[in-house]
Design a binder for this molecule. Structure first.
Ligand SMILES: NC(=O)c1ccc[n+]([C@@H]2O[C@H](COP(=O)([O-])OP(=O)(O)OC[C@H]3O[C@@H](n4cnc5c(N)ncnc54)[C@H](O)[C@@H]3O)[C@@H](O)[C@H]2O)c1
Ligand SMILES: [Zn+2]
Ligand SMILES: [Zn+2]
Length: 381
């Protein structure tokens, strides 16, 4: 079938809405009619080259280019049809997508760590998990962000990449919870394991940061310091659980933390800026307490491998630097779980969604993210 979808055709080229050809689902696959797709910063990383793979890596994915690539890895929708052998999903089911697949059988899945599922290795580019292509543009195979490509009226994806939600659950909230909100929430609650009474700083208050701030609030942090270059993002963060706000790490270090922490600094510092760079690690560490944890959630350019870090302080202050994918939580547990918190009014999503766009307006949505207008934009189908 032909559907409207937003793709990018080369490095730094704009998101362009095109006609995409989608085949019917193969065994183990599901066709979903999309309802909402969130506009996470990670899709921009592909367009701008931060997570585009170098030529020598591309053959590993079975392609000679990351482009064309259908964007989008946050989203929700309704199952339209299922391929042979799919028993978990049926037409009419409400689903959220998950950019980390969970096959349930690989060693990480079997040991309770779905977020490390081995199937993720094939999600950056290349064919579907069964080695064949389901999406085509003008007769040519199309890559899909995270083997999802949610900027599309319909998607055909592996059942491993879908999470069933309850019939009454909200599809718009599910779209944001499917990546940004969950990732931020888990960065604080699961990866940093925040305890009641701790002080948490969140650096970068976009969609992922909004999940981190609320994770800290719900986990019982006594201080939640929102740090963003933009005052407007700090102001919004204060409405969803931040207790203090600053427009730079220095501002927080001088004007907030001395009183808030009695000079002890933050127990947890979460890094969720749009693009991470190595010099931010020491900046984050400099506001971390003895025994504190620094969580690295944001994505840095692929080739960047140098980090500023006071190794003496890291050792003598007994601190940890922790990476995380999907907030180190299991999508099949955490996506429905956070939707329940949303239903109970404990997790704020509606005000995090700052604008809705049509599928024809994906580039406009990312322009609005770049200019600071959006916390999170969503495509509404
Ligand atoms: N680890 C994972 O599994 C995972 C999952 C999803 C997203 N991500 C990454 O998380 C990051 C955040 O994603 P997002 O969608 O929330 O991005 P976003 O663009 O919506 O938000 C980023 C925020 O950081 C702020 N910012 C930028 N530079 C800053 C700085 N130096 N100091 C303070 N604030 C700064 C921006 O003003 C913006 O408000 C991205 O790098 C994204 O790719 C990682
Ligand atoms: Zn994302
Ligand atoms: Zn697995």
């Amino acid at each position: 079938m032909k559907v409207r979808a937003a793709a990018v055709f080369g490095l730094n080229e704009p998101w362009t809405t095109i006609d995409l050809d989608i085949d019917e689902p193969n065994p183990g696959e599901v066709k979903v009619k999309m309802a909402y797709a969130g506009m996470c910063h990670s899709d921009e990383h592909v367009r701008t080259g931060d997570i585009s793979q170098p030529p020598e890596v591309l053959p590993y994915f079975g392609v000679d280019s990351m482009f064309p690539l259908v964007g989008g890895h946050e989203g929700s929708g309704i199952v339209e049809s299922v391929g042979a052998g799919v028993t978990e999903f049926a037409p009419g089911d409400k689903v959220a997508v998950s950019f980390v697949p969970s096959c349930g059988r690989c060693q990480p899945c079997a040991s309770g760590k779905q977020y490390l599922c081995d199937m993720s290795a094939g999600t950056l580019a290349g064919p579907s998990f069964d080695g064949t292509w389901r999406h085509h543009i003008d007769g040519k195979n199309a890559n899909r962000m995270a083997q999802l490509g949610t900027f599309s009226e319909y998607i055909v994806v592996s059942e491993y990449s879908l999470v069933k939600i309850e019939p009454w659950q909200d599809l718009r909230a599910a779209a944001l919870i499917s990546c940004g909100i969950s990732t931020g929430f888990g960065s604080v609650v699961d990866r940093a394991d925040v305890k009641p009474g701790e002080v948490v700083a969140v650096i970068g208050c976009g969609g992922v940061g909004s999940g981190a701030i609320q994770g800290a609030r719900i986990a019982g942090a006594r201080g939640v310091v929102a740090i963003d270059l933009l005052q407007s993002k700090v102001d919004r963060a204060m409405k969803i659980g931040a207790t203090h706000g600053a427009t730079s790490i220095l501002d927080a270090a001088f004007n907030i933390l001395p009183d808030l922490t009695f000079g002890r600094q933050c127990d947890v510092v979460v890094l969720t800026p749009g693009v991470l760079h190595g010099d931010m690690i020491e900046q984050a560490r400099s506001i971390t307490a003895k025994g504190g944890r620094i969580v690295v959630t944001a994505i840095a350019p692929w080739f960047e491998s140098q980090v500023d870090l006071s190794l003496f302080s890291l050792a003598m202050f007994n601190q940890s630097v922790l990476g995380t994918v999907f907030g180190s939580q299991n999508p099949r547990f955490q996506i429905p779980n956070l939707l329940r918190l949303y239903e109970k009014g404990l997790l704020e999503i509606d005000s995090v969604i700052t604008n809705e766009y049509s599928i024809e307006e994906v580039q406009k949505g990312y322009d609005d993210l770049e200019s600071g207008k959006n916390v999170r934009g969503v495509v509404k189908f």
